[in-house]
Design a protein around this ligand. Structure first.
Ligand code: HXC
Length: 258
């Protein structure tokens, strides 16, 4: 496919999606979100890709859903068209690991997009926020649900009710981001982390992703059962035999299903 608002690239086994709508600080219009979906489709179909990085620019990961496009939207069009959220599910349904590499603003839908990824690596310049209240609306792609799960009710409620921004350091302390790195090395670091993930067995990475996500969808007993069944299933993989043989033979593993 050809892309207008994203740049799609690869570094060895890592797929890289760079949001590229600089005049609007990567504001998320329908077309941009569809293009993220198309890029994910292509990477997911490509057996030589083991992990994916989504990033923006130094100034903005994404400053939110496109306010110009939303301003005149009617209720009936938003409701019948399932405004924006329909497309967004594609990030959530991606079965390969997806890392958000966030520098600058990740606001509104931008923060929600980052939270939909498997984890966030933040530049020290990153600023997160759900400022929708200041526009007379509320988060619509997971902000009121994923933010409290990530940072707890008190901080999430405060952020959604005031619309204040949260810097990278606070975001790391609160558990919103996995790690903070210097801004000028952000994308390279994200690619390095993704490369590490992609060196392992892909089916195992997929199982781990599914199992961790279960923690947010089920009670502890059900989650533990899901984990145990999946753990048992891993013994059916050639890569488990290879990984454990390699350890016992004191050599690096050569995973077949990458
Ligand atoms: C459309 C946007 C935009 C947005 C920025 N721009 N954010 N356009 N939608 N979300 C445009 C500006 O209009 C401006 O265009 C250009 O990008 C540069 O922005 P400035 O405001 O001039 O830059 P700056 O002064 O540096 O301020 C940066 C900013 C500010 C703090 C990020 O732009 C801002 O507050 N943006 C809106 C953030 C927001 O409210 N996001 C939530 C949206 S609601 P021109 O043409 O003037 O150069 C949402 C709901 C999600 O996300 C629902 C589920 C999908």
């Amino acid at each position: 496919p050809t892309y207008r608002f994203v740049i799609v690239d690869r570094r060895a086994r890592v797929g890289l999606i760079t949001l590229n709508r600089p005049q609007q600080l990567n504001a998320l219009c329908d077309e941009l979100v569809s293009e993220i979906g198309a890029a994910l489709d292509a990477f997911e179909a490509d057996d030589s890709i083991g992990a994916i990085v989504i990033t923006g620019s130094a100034k903005a990961f994404a400053a939110g859903a496109d306010i110009a496009a939303m301003q005149a939207l009617s209720y009936i069009d938003a409701y019948r068209g399932d405004f924006i959220t329909r497309n967004w599910e594609r990030v959530k349904t991606c079965r390969k690991p997806v890392i958000a590499a966030v520098a600058g603003y990740a606001l509104g839908g931008g923060c929600e997009l980052a939270m939909m990824c498997d984890f966030i690596l933040a530049a020290d310049t990153a600023q997160f926020g759900q400022p929708e209240i200041k526009l007379g609306t509320l988060p619509g792609a997971g902000g009121t649900q994923r933010l409290p799960r990530a940072i707890g009710k008190a901080k999430a409620m405060e952020m959604c009710l005031t619309g204040r921004l949260m810097g990278a350091e606070e975001a790391e302390r609160a558990g919103l981001v996995a790690r903070v790195v210097p801004a000028d090395g952000l994308v390279e670091e994200a690619i390095a982390v993704a490369t590490k993930i992609a060196a392992n067995s892909l089916p195992v990475a997929m199982m781990i992703k599914e199992a961790v996500n279960r923690a947010f969808e089920s009670g502890l007993q059900d989650g533990l059962l899901f984990e145990r069944r999946t753990f048992h299933a891993s013994f059916g993989l050639e890569d488990q035999k290879e990984g454990m043989s390699a350890f016992l033979e004191k050599r690096p593993p050569v995973f077949r299903h990458r």
